[in-house]
Design a protein. Sequence first.
Length: 202
Amino acid sequence: MAGRYDAMIIGGGHKGLVCGAYLAKAGVKTLVLERRYLLGGAAVTEAVFPGYRMSVASYVMSLLSPRVINDLELRRFGLVVLPANDLFSPIENGDHIFLHDDVAKTQQEFAPGFSSRVIDMQVLLPPDLEEIFALPQGYIFHGEPLPDQLFFQRPAAHYADYRTPIRNLYLCGSSSHPGGAVSGIPGHNAAREILRDQRRWR
C-alpha cells in the first residue's frame, strides 16, 4: 500500500467499487480497501459448494443501474446479467415454490421429489450476514429502513448528500441514499459529490 492516494474507499462492496471506479475514471488516484479476501461485498458469486457457484447474499443483481453499467463500460469488462427466472424459494412450512417468468408455469409447479435432489445447502442468518459481509445486524440496508431514514433523510437528516460531519469523509454504502439493493447508485452519487468538492480543494 505504498504511495499516496487522493481518495481511499473503505469497503470493497459493489457500491464502494462503483464509487472508486468513477473517481479513478476522473483521474483521482484511488485505493479501495476490503477486509474480505474477495471484492464485491454481499453482491458476490462464490463457490459455496464444490463445483457450484452462486450468489451468496444478493437476491437479484438486475437492479444495477444502466447508467453505472454504461458509464463504467461493464459489459466490455465481461458483465453479463442473467435473467432471474426459475427461482427456488423455500416457504415456512418446509415446502417450496418455484417462481418462473411464466405465471401459469409457476402456478402449475409442484416439483415432486425435489428435496431428494438437494445435494447441499447453505443457510445464512442475520448474524452470519453481519460476520461475513459486515452488514449491521444482517440488514442489507445497513439498518432497518424506517420512515425517519428514507429518501432525503438517509442515513440521517442533513447527511443524505453523502458528506459526513468529518471533513472529506463520505458515505457510499447501503446506509446512504437511496439505500440497499444492487443498484450502484450510492457509489455513483457519492463519487459525483466527491468530485464536486475536489474541484473546490484545488
